[in-house]
Every structure is written in structure tokens, then in C-alpha cells.
Design a protein around this ligand. Structure first.
Ligand code: ARG
Length: 464
């Protein structure tokens, strides 16, 4: 019989120590130590519950609860002796507890398993992470609403196919971003609510023979309800998939915004300026000011999308109930959460501070014949069929392109060559300001609508 190492907590049925490589291969403490607060909180609730139902003595319970508090202090001060030989956060903390308080520490694991323990820890962590995401999403939303109000009258080109399409207001564009974030918030809240079910008490897979009171641990840990099926509770990672799905969608939104910010800061567009403190220079090209924060947000989207795919694939082959595969859920979850929260923080700080180069956005709309549709609509109002109007305006635009002028720069006589229906009042619709002001209905780009949506958004942000 080989000598066994004494640090492991499950050596009873083993005749030889774990292979050194296998020990390292199976260890997760170097990343799941991040769950120490949730793990300690869950253990304290479990101990208090065991005490109430008469399984743990008052003295043992007090020693456990206080010992765990002391361990939290050790971890926070960087004094905790983490050991990969003890595999994970659970066994590291439990072994240290026994070291500190003796036999009482060995009684803590009564009526539970690491399987329900980890499922509980991750849900507690996810709940906090969702709350953080929602706080940041709302801060970003509020910043966009302020920016929209500031730029409610600012004209810029609206694009389809990245070609100038129609004039819009910059404020309207910012409120489009706001809408994406409102839906993201809904997805996170929804996922957080569904995740708030407590696996603790499911034990390894079938429940426990001890007279546990799950309603009490549930209330202490702030879960909405105990899980109804122990097999499902220890093996389910839907909540992680849902969280990553919401995160992947939110990152897709941030990445789209990033792409626009990058285009707009390019001298080719030159629509906006970002504060210097959110940009970096080039070590070789002195003229460069690079939108790195936006580029990194766009880049980090890849990791979050990857994490979602990893989690879906992690779960697809698993029979009930717990399998060690599940240990692989944490790194993608933590990495995605970090990327998401950092990206939200970066944009919530930076985007509301962008400066719009209003003459440039206006000029870009003018040069792009953005009011061509307005001229067609004008002709329709004078009895021309839309298809004919489209053709007429197309010819006028061609002449503008050939002579280097936009429609508003042509004389009335010149415009009348294309259609007799055109009269002097045509210039009201050919102006950029007239064009945006005319789209004055719910959802339209008119400054009046932007102000109305800003007011509604502020009310929503104050209410919920
Ligand atoms: N570290 C494990 C995980 O993350 C905890 C549960 C381990 N359970 C087990 N029976 N080995 O999933």
C-alpha cells in the first residue's frame, strides 16, 4: 500500500495517493476560490439550519459560523493557505475550518454534498453579477439619454448599407442604442429571476436522510424557493446558459456601437471626438489617436460569444445527474462576466462624453443627397405616383452628382425641368432640418420626438 497524502478529504476508499498530474488536472481552486464569499455564506446558512433541526449542537454551530468568518478574513488579507491538493474552494475552506476549530469542522458537511454546494454558490454569484450588470446598464442608459437630449437637434446622415440614406438626428441614433440596452436589462433581470432557486439540500443527487429544513436556508440565502427536483438541481446549468446568452446579446450590441464609434472617429467620417483619456497614441505614427476602448469592447465580444458556445456544448452530452464536466462551467462564466462588466463600465463612462462635430455630420448628410426621399414624398403629395416620383428624383440626383451640388443648391427652374409639379415651396422639404422635423410621429427622428422619448426614458429610469 502506497502512502496516502493526508490532506485529501475523501481518502477512505483509496489505496494510493492521486497522481501528481491528475491532482493538478482536477484542481479548480485557482479559479473557483473566487466563490469563497458565496461558499462561506452557504455553509453558514447550512450550519444554522442543521442546528435548528437538532443535527448540530449550539457549540459546534457557533464554532463553525465564527470559524468561517475568520477564514473569510484570512482570504481577504491574502493569508489563506490555498492548496491544489484540496481540489476546490469547498474542500480548501472545510479543511482549514477543521484545522482551526477541530472536530466541529468535520460535522459541517452533514446532509450536503459538493454537488449541491457548488450549484448553490454559482447561483449566488450569478445573482450578484446580474445585479451589477443591471446597475451598469442603467448608468449607460441614463448617459445615452442625456446625450440624446443634448443632440436632439443635431442632423447627421442615417445609413442603410452604410450609404447615406436619410437625414436623422444624432439624438435619435443615441436612443436606438438606448433601446438595445433596455432589452438587455430585461434579459438579465429575467434570467436572474429564473436562476434564484436554491439547489442546497439536494445533496449529491437524491436528497438527504437528515431532517433538513430547506425553507429556512432558502429564506436566509434570499432564494425565492428551494428546487423541486434534486437530480435536476445538482446538474442544471441552464441559468449559466441564459446568463451567457444575455451577455452575448448585450456584447453584440456594445460591439455594434463600438463599430460605429470607430467609424465616426476615423478622419474618413470625422463625426465625433472621444476624450483623449479614453484613447491611445501610436508609438510610431505621431498623428494617430486610436479608439482602443471601443476596439477592445468589440474584441471582447468574441470571448463572450465563445463562452456561450462552450457552455451549450458542455451541457449537451451530460446524463443526469452531476458530472465533473460541470466544473468547466466556471472559467467561461467568470471570463464572460468580467468582459461584460468591464465593457459596460467603459462605455457607460466614455460614450456620454463624446463630442459631436455638428458641422461635419450636417455636411455629410447634405453631400449624400439625404433629402432625396423627401423630394419624392413631396411629388407624391402633388399627385405624382411614387414610382414615377422615384424616377424623377433619381434624375435630379444624377444631375447633382454631375455638377457637384446637392438638391437644395439647384434653382427652382432647374428642378422644374424634372417635374412640373415642383413649386417654390419645395425648398422647405429639401432642407435637412425640414426633413427631420417632418418625421414627427412616435418612433420618428424629429427633434420633438427625441425630446418626448428622452422624457419617457427619464421617467422609466426614475420609476423602476
Ligand atoms: N469543483 C466541483 C465543481 O466545480 C465541485 C463539485 C465536485 N463534486 C464532485 N463530486 N467531485 O463542479
Amino acid at each position: 500500500m502506497t502512502d496516502k497524502t493526508s490532506s485529501q478529504l475523501w481518502t477512505g476508499r483509496f489505496t494510493e495517493a492521486t497522481d501528481a498530474f491528475v491532482e493538478a488536472f482536477t484542481a479548480s481552486e485557482h479559479y473557483d476560490r473566487r466563490l469563497y464569499r458565496q461558499d462561506i455564506r452557504g455553509s453558514q446558512a447550512h450550519a444554522r439550519m442543521l442546528n435548528r433541526v437538532g443535527v448540530l449542537s449550539d457549540a459546534d454551530t457557533r464554532a463553525i459560523v465564527e470559524g468561517l468568518d475568520a477564514i473569510a478574513g484570512e482570504i481577504e488579507r491574502g493569508e489563506f493557505p490555498w492548496s491544489p491538493a484540496l481540489e476546490d474552494v469547498h474542500m480548501n475552506i472545510e479543511a482549514r475550518l477543521t484545522e482551526r476549530i477541530g472536530d466541529a469542522g468535520k460535522r459541517l458537511h452533514t446532509g450536503r454534498s459538493r454537488n449541491d454546494q457548488i450549484a448553490t454558490d454559482v447561483r449566488l454569484w450569478l445573482r450578484e453579477t446580474v445585479e451589477e450588470a443591471v446597475v451598469l446598464l442603467r448608468r449607460f442608459q441614463a448617459g445615452l439619454v442625456d446625450l440624446a437630449e443634448r443632440e436632439a437637434e443635431t442632423v447627421m446622415p442615417g445609413f442603410t448599407h452604410l450609404q447615406v440614406a436619410q437625414p436623422i438626428t444624432f439624438g435619435h441614433h443615441m436612443l436606438a442604442w438606448y433601446e438595445m440596452l433596455v432589452r438587455d436589462e430585461g434579459r438579465f433581470t429575467d434570467c436572474g429571476n429564473r436562476a434564484n432557486v436554491m439547489p442546497l439540500g439536494s445533496a449529491a443527487l437524491a436528497g438527504t436522510t437528515f431532517p433538513i429544513d430547506r425553507a429556512q436556508t432558502c429564506a436566509e440565502l434570499g432564494f425565492d424557493a428551494p428546487s423541486r427536483n434534486s437530480l435536476d438541481a445538482v446538474s442544471d446549468r441552464d441559468f449559466a446558459i441564459e446568463f451567457l446568452s444575455a451577455a452575448a446579446t448585450a456584447m453584440t450590441h456594445l460591439s455594434r456601437m463600438a463599430e460605429e464609434l470607430i467609424l465616426w472617429t476615423s478622419p474618413m467620417f470625422d463625426f465625433i471626438d472621444l476624450p483623449d483619456r479614453y484613447c491611445t497614441g501610436s508609438s510610431i505614427m505621431p498623428q494617430k489617436k486610436n479608439p482602443d476602448v471601443a476596439e477592445l469592447v468589440r474584441g471582447k465580444t468574441a470571448r463572450v460569444h465563445g463562452a456561450l458556445h462552450a457552455m451549450l456544448t458542455l451541457m449537451k452530452g451530460q446524463p443526469l445527474a452531476y458530472n465533473r464536466d460541470n466544473q468547466e462551467d466556471k472559467e467561461p462564466l467568470f471570463d464572460a462576466a468580467d468582459a461584460l462588466l468591464d465593457s459596460l463600465r467603459a462605455f457607460a463612462d466614455m460614450v456620454p462624453k463624446l463630442a459631436v462635430k455638428r458641422e461635419h455630420t450636417r455636411e455629410a448628410a447634405r453631400r449624400g443627397f439625404a433629402t432625396a426621399t423627401d423630394l419624392a414624398d413631396y411629388l407624391v403629395r402633388r399627385g405624382v405616383a411614387f414610382r414615377d416620383a422615384h424616377e424623377i428624383v433619381g434624375r435630379a440626383v444624377r444631375q447633382g452628382v454631375d455638377t457637384g451640388r446637392d438638391l437644395a443648391q439647384m434653382s427652382l427652374e432647374e428642378l422644374q425641368q424634372f417635374s412640373e409639379a415642383i413649386e417654390a415651396d419645395v425648398f422647405e422639404v429639401l432642407t435637412l432640418e425640414g426633413s427631420v422635423a417632418a418625421r414627427d410621429h412616435v418612433g420618428g427622428t424629429a427633434p420633438a420626438q427625441v425630446h418626448a422619448q428622452v422624457a419617457a426614458a427619464r421617467e422609466r429610469l426614475a420609476r423602476e
